[in-house]
Design a protein around this ligand. Structure first.
Ligand code: UDP
Length: 240
């Protein structure tokens, strides 16, 4: 089951169901792209057909953010729960440690992906890290990275280049990489490595995570302005 928000497909499923779906993807052997979509990206894709096509071609699109849940409710097609990138990542690491899934982490500043991997292994004993790479490689280094990932044969490739860069990158490289699952995780490696704190729980509960991020990183304010535009566009769509 899925719903459509401003032309973007979102799958209606819980975190547990998303993890089960990833298990199916891995068992199938072919390549799959997972997008965790928030209001910012949904609005960007609404304005940018190329991004919308990438999202709608993905094999799983989860509702990352209360804006998406609100929109789905407004359009009369409520979604069961939020499935954020970092929560899905943690749940996959937990399941992966049990199943023997291999993970590759690509993205963030030098040293961060490796620190994030270490942290994941501490939290999920037995987790297999097939490799890591930072996210600031030039175009010349791309073939080397692709070959490295192919040789490492991960089941799950986590790509933390920020949205929509990571979505475009996955769409462009998914077939040649031959990984069963590739997922964009935004700034999750920074959070795992302790470089960036997640909003306190009370702010998360009040759906104020975006406010916390703007306070910590004022240059995000421009991106946050997509939120009222997103809400307006959803209101218009709901009226139609
Ligand atoms: N990043 C990267 N390569 C780039 C640009 C960004 O690896 O060329 C990383 C950056 O270091 C950060 C992440 O991508 O770890 C972006 O995080 P942000 O919180 O901005 O992404 P969002 O979660 O909002 O998509």
């Amino acid at each position: 089951m899925s719903t459509t928000i401003l032309g973007n497909r979102v799958d209606a499923l819980t975190l547990a169901a998303a993890v089960a779906r990833v298990g199916d993807f891995i068992a199938s052997g072919s390549s799959h792209h997972i997008v965790t979509m928030n209001a910012e990206i949904a609005y960007l894709a609404y304005r940018e057909p190329r991004l919308q096509e990438v999202i709608n071609s993905a094999d799983l699109v989860t509702a990352d953010g209360s804006g998406i849940l609100w929109a789905a409710r407004s359009l009369g097609t409520p979604l069961p729960e939020r499935v954020t990138g970092i929560d899905l990542l943690q749940a996959l690491a937990a399941e992966g440690a049990r199943q023997g899934w291999r993970f590759f982490l690509y993205g963030a500043a030098p040293g961060v992906a490796a620190a994030a991997a270490k942290r994941l292994q501490q939290e999920h004993p037995g987790l297999i890290i097939a490799g890591t790479s930072h996210g600031y490689l030039g175009p010349d280094a791309m073939p080397i990275l692709v070959a490295e990932i192919q040789a490492a044969r991960p089941h799950i490739l986590l790509v933390g280049l920020g949205a929509p860069k990571q979505e475009y990158w996955i769409a462009a490289h998914l077939q040649e990489l031959q990984v069963p699952v590739a997922m964009g995780v935004g700034g999750s490696f920074d959070v795992l490595a302790g470089r960036v704190q997640r909003a306190p729980l009370w702010m998360q509960r009040l759906n104020l995570e975006w406010l916390y991020r703007v306070i910590k990183e004022p240059k995000r304010v421009k991106r946050t302005l997509a939120l009222p535009k997103f809400m307006l566009a959803v209101r218009q769509e709901a009226r139609r």
